[in-house]
Design a protein around this ligand. Structure first.
Ligand SMILES: [Zn+2]
Length: 89
């Protein structure tokens, strides 16, 4: 579980997300499946808000160790957009 605090912490993951071709599928709000188009590997990323803090978790090896991975970075863009849409309804 990674607490999402500053964008700076995710900088490397975001940079990698730009170089790896991924596909993000929305399972439900806060639950996503990320596919690496090159390897076909899929991982599950979940995002949640607890006590006003945002947390994210990825099922890949880096994610299990609490590191911000590019799957998470790829999902965040989608998640923030959905969250913004929800807030405006
Ligand atoms: Zn990951």
């Amino acid at each position: 579980m990674i607490q999402l605090t500053t964008a700076a912490k995710l900088e490397n993951a975001i940079a990698k997300a730009r170089t790896v071709k991924t596909r993000v599928r929305v399972n439900a709000f806060g639950s996503y499946t990320v596919t690496n188009k090159q390897t076909g590997a899929t991982y599950t990323v979940t995002c949640e808000k607890r006590d006003g803090k945002r947390f994210a978790h990825c099922s890949c090896e880096a994610g299990k160790r609490g590191r911000a991975c590019y799957h998470l970075a790829a999902v965040l863009g989608v998640h923030i957009q959905l969250a913004t849409e929800q807030a405006s309804h």
